[in-house]
Write a protein that binds this ligand. Sequence first.
Ligand code: SRM
Ligand code: SF4
Length: 569
Amino acid sequence: MKKNNSKIVLEKTMTDAERIKYNSNYLRGTIIDDLKNEITNGFSGDNFSLIRFHGMYQQDDRDLRLERNEQKLEPRYAMMLRCRLPGGIIKAKKWLKIDNFASQYTLYGTIRLTNRQTFQFHGILKKKLKDAHKMLQDIELDSLGTANDVNRNVLCTSNPMESLIHQEAYEWAKKISNFLLPQTKAYAEIWLDQKKIATTDKEPILGKTYLPRKFKTTVVVPPYNDVDLYANDMNFIAITKNKKIIGFNVLIGGGLSFIHGNKNTWPFLAREIGYISIKDTLSVAKAIVTTQRDWGNRTDRSNAKTRYTIHNFSLSAFKREVEKRSNVNLEPIRTYNFISRGDRFGWIKDINNNWNLTLFIPNGRIYDNNNQLLKSGLSKIAKIHEGNFRLTSNQNIIVSEVSEKNKSKIEKIALSYGLINKITNLRKYAMACVSFPTCPLAMSEAERVLSSFITKLENIMLKYHVENETIIFRISGCPNGCGRSLLAEIGLIGKSIGRYNLYIGGNRIGSRIPKIYKENITENEIFTHLEHLIELWSTQRKEKEDFGDFVIRKGIVKEIINPILDFWN
Ligand code: SRM
Ligand code: SF4
């Protein structure tokens, strides 16, 4: 009786999100029953949230909402499924199954590369979900832990094999991903029809109620910061000696989201806590994750990410706890340096004398249209390519480990299917989040306007003779900031349909948050302001001065040094 009472009290003080996890029987809920219900295409109650732990989001096509509502039809429910692919590497042969699944079983027929080195299917009907998971199982993949309050897909510098260091870093990304995965057998039981084994589930690292909020990890090989490490909760920067990784600098507490008008929310860059020897990597990872698990705010989700935990307890207290839990003394940070974030397009040779071709995929959206047959082209390459595809954190793809004999064949396919194009640096390095029509949180368009916005900016840059320069330009459809606009030199964040906040002053390597320049402005206003700024930059910049550095030096916007104070004021 006493036990029941305390359970009731506990449930009353819990947020909905915590109650759902607590009552889920290790993420099972009643998902299996919902799968049998053919009356609706959606999931009910807690299952709506629980399927996210299995890598799926229930969405509806927002372009069709009004029409279906008028027809008194259920919204067009379908799932987005996000695969787990630490480090973004996948055998080209496996790609063919992914391509085939997108064509046959999804409403949109597309594959979407994400900026966390994996891919998503949009528009899978509930009745096709098991087929999707079985297809992934056939190619030794899964979607476990790619969403909700767990460690997400682990990023790794997406280099071709230019040295053994990159291979080692990739192995660490995989190891960390596996180490931090949910241990529950719910995924296998529900999606792969595995029989329930009569053992008690345990989550030694994540715990019965998993993490207070999503958690993001990277493994980075300087001098490239293509993974945008400063946006992540936990980062391992490789320190090398004699061409081997000997340890990692550890940085924690990055994140980019905020809520319009809520000054208790702010983006923050990951901060250094110390250097560790390679042998201590997993124990330090475990200590960081479990400290966040136990100290993170479980009563307010907008204050629950690692950066808020660090703010609530202090960086030094968090660090001491990590040292205590891991039994490792964090040493002073070792020297490292970043030079860029963008992908290196074209051919690069690797240490095994194989070739690697980085292809630009606009918005990471793989589909065929009248001008480009990106989906057919990649699938044609996959049929003859014996190596891998490497997905980058900039939503592009590297055809990697191409043998000398296949090089010209692959180049020919890439050219004839529109996978190789002459484009400006601005376009190459731009990025947008998914936004409409599938994202339920979208306030403004992002992916669907990126290309036309870039064209406008290209024309302005041409007018002021800076068309060959690079500016990191990014759009996010809402302040969750999935397009990493808050690490751009020019970043747009959606406010409402057709209106954005304009942020300027990030830097090229992604270690400075841009500052708001204009709030809630229309497309026309955006380009009027940008034209003025680009004109100033083109005439008054110091030699080779980047746009983001220029607007800070000139005092056009104030540099954000401490985001807690400077982001809002
Ligand atoms: Fe994101 C939620 C898409 C990278 C911060 N993000 C979403 C959802 C799932 C909307 C939802 O909760 O229903 C979006 C699905 C749209 C769709 O239809 O596909 C979505 N996020 C994406 C992707 C696909 C954007 C892309 O164009 O590539 C990226 C998927 C990455 C992956 O493979 O796992 C994606 N999201 C990011 C990033 C960038 C990054 O991780 O480097 C961020 C900012 C970094 C950070 O976490 O601070 C990001 N997404 C968010 C947030 C805000 C989280 C927070 O800390 O408050 C949400 C909303 C939430 O979690 O409540 C969100
Ligand atoms: Fe959706 Fe907002 Fe993320 Fe864009 S930034 S994908 S609109 S949640």
